[in-house]
Design a protein around this ligand. Structure first.
Ligand code: GLN
Length: 529
């Protein structure tokens, strides 16, 4: 097992995750089996209870893990399904150590950060890597070196190299090279300080990936090499690019795989990235624009809907169109439809709570009445049923039990298994479940299959009482769970493209394999022009 540790210095948001996933992509394209582990030094056990405004989207794995959105990056770049264990948080580590302490597993010893917490971290990393059946594990340490909360992790990673052998562990440190003054001088001091900090914790980086607005000058490279004690060719320039999917190519050009092969005594294999290049080419040669409105509650923070944006870009690349995303705050729609003027498609993503729901319902009504291609996801699916119940069935009080409003028409109700559930973390209907798709439906045409597997994250569902009455008109529930009791897909026969799913197709979209529902939506938007 070879471990590639990616840490970050100077400041957050340097694209550590992109660097790490790009390296993973290159090694995978070279024929190595690669997994990725994301370490998040926060105290939450997982990302499931975190507000999207603070932390961006909660990403959902096949096994139902509610994890950091960076895992989405890894699954997309590596085109590999991972598990909840690929995300290690401080909360998870402490929870396990404290449980063992209560069980008396430490035989009366004083339980301490070193060695108990650090051992737990190290064992977790080793066990997840080995269980994945991979040759290489990319381990991304979240946060910035020097943060108090990442200290135990850094210590555990230092010990990992000691335990597994220097030929099996490589340290890659990402930093920032700012450009200052009128002459545009590239400054290396922040990098020097950050590496000094890392060395103070016992880790000498093997490679430095320096983010910079411009390509690093040879003199900048030489300076970093000298002060940070890494060979010049191991100072990699990660300058701004027009397209993030080009990062793997940039790293490859500078020989990052050769450095990794040499440091880790791996057989040098050349990555075959022709398909990836093809994907970039189709993305960059697309010229026809389609405008897609995404109506949500956290649209100021684009990361809150990152998997949707990615799914749209995968589908657009495949169809040769340029997606123009129009982010619309749902509360802005409660007054008027104006923001939806001229859009080619509308997406209502997942969501929670009554705030903003009326604006979303208005957007659905607008898309339905004006033949605008529409895709509703999870909450968007539930609201599409409510909109239809109100405005087509004439059940004016149609609502969801989530909103706690008195009504004769609770069209969306709590899942029976959710009754009495009070804990918020990891208690929804989660992860991949099979969905049976009905023959002779649009959904069947799109998926080309009667059994599909998609990821879920919800507490509410279509109230079984209203399934039959709702289906008497143009609405069809074209997908159900394997027991036939939970509605999973709905579509309208009197509309060019009106689809909604209780599940989240965005979590399974990959650059070279766009999610079918997104592909169909973007195609409908394109053909509408
Ligand atoms: N709030 C809804 C539910 O819990 C939808 C959840 C979601 O969109 N992920 O069922």
């Amino acid at each position: 097992m070879k471990y590639i540790i990616v840490s970050g210095g100077v400041l957050s948001g340097l694209g550590k995750g992109i660097t790490a996933s790009s390296i993973g992509l290159l090694l995978k394209s070279a024929g190595y089996r690669v997994t990725a582990i994301k370490i998040d030094p926060y105290l939450n056990c997982d990302a499931g209870t975190m507000n999207p405004y603070q932390h961006g989207e909660v990403y959902v794995m096949n096994d139902g893990g509610e994890v950091d959105l960076d895992l989405g990056n890894y699954e997309r770049f590596l085109d590999t399904d991972m598990t909840r264990d690929n995300n290690i948080t401080t909360g998870k580590v402490y929870q396990s150590v404290i449980r063992k302490e209560r069980e008396g597993k430490y035989l009366g010893n004083t339980v301490q950060i070193i060695p108990h917490i650090t051992n737990e971290i190290r064992e977790n990393i080793i066990h997840v890597s080995r269980d994945s059946g991979s040759d290489v594990a990319i381990v991304e340490l979240g946060g910035t070196v020097g943060d108090i909360e990442s200290m135990p992790f850094i210590e555990a990673l230092r010990q990992l190299r000691m335990g597994e052998g220097a030929e099996n562990v490589i340290f890659i440190h990402t930093t920032l090279v700012p450009i200052m003054g009128v002459v545009g001088e590239q400054k290396t001091k922040p990098t020097q300080h950050s590496v000094k900090e890392l060395k103070g914790l016992g880790i000498q980086p093997d490679v430095i990936v320096a983010r910079c607005k411009e390509p690093l000058n040879a003199s900048t490279q030489a300076k970093i090499s000298l002060f940070c004690d890494v060979p010049k060719e191991a100072v990699i320039s990660a300058h701004d690019l027009s397209n993030v999917y080009r990062v793997p190519l940039l790293l490859l050009e500078q020989g990052i795989t050769d450095i990794i092969y040499e440091t880790l005594s791996m057989e040098p294999r050349t990555p075959d990235i022709e398909d990836w290049k093809g994907f970039i080419d189709s993305m960059e040669s697309a010229d026809k624009e389609v405008t897609i409105a995404l109506v949500g509650k956290y649209t100021d923070l684009k990361d809150a809907y990152i998997s949707h944006a990615k799914a749209i870009s995968h589908a657009s690349a495949a169809l040769g169109v340029v997606p123009v995303l129009k982010w619309i705050e749902s509360t802005d729609l409660e007054e008027a439809h104006d923001p939806l003027k001229g859009v080619d498609a509308v997406i209502i993503p997942g969501g929670f709570g009554v705030r903003g729901s009326e604006g979303k319902i208005k957007a659905i009504q607008h898309a339905r009445e004006n033949d605008i291609p529409f895709l509703g996801i999870c909450f968007g699916f539930q609201l599409a049923a409510i909109e239809y119940a109100r405005n087509v069935m004439g059940w004016e009080d149609a609502t969801s039990a989530e909103f706690e409003i008195e009504s004769e028409h609770i069209v969306v109700d709590l899942l029976p298994e959710q009754i009495g559930v009070t804990d918020m973390g990891s208690t929804m209907r989660l992860g991949a479940h099979d969905v049976l798709v009905a023959d002779d439906t649009m959904a069947h045409d799109i998926y080309g299959s009667t059994t599909i597997s998609e990821r879920h994250r919800h507490r509410f569902e279509i109230n079984p009482e209203f399934i039959e009455p709702l289906q008497e008109s143009a609405l069809t529930f074209s997908g159900r769970d394997t027991e036939g009791i939970r509605m999973e897909l709905l579509e309208l026969s009197d509309h060019p493209f009106f689809m909604a799913s209780q599940f989240h197709p965005e979590f399974r979209s990959r650059p070279l394999r766009p999610a079918p529902l997104y592909h169909a939506l973007v195609r409908a938007a394109r053909d509408r022009r």
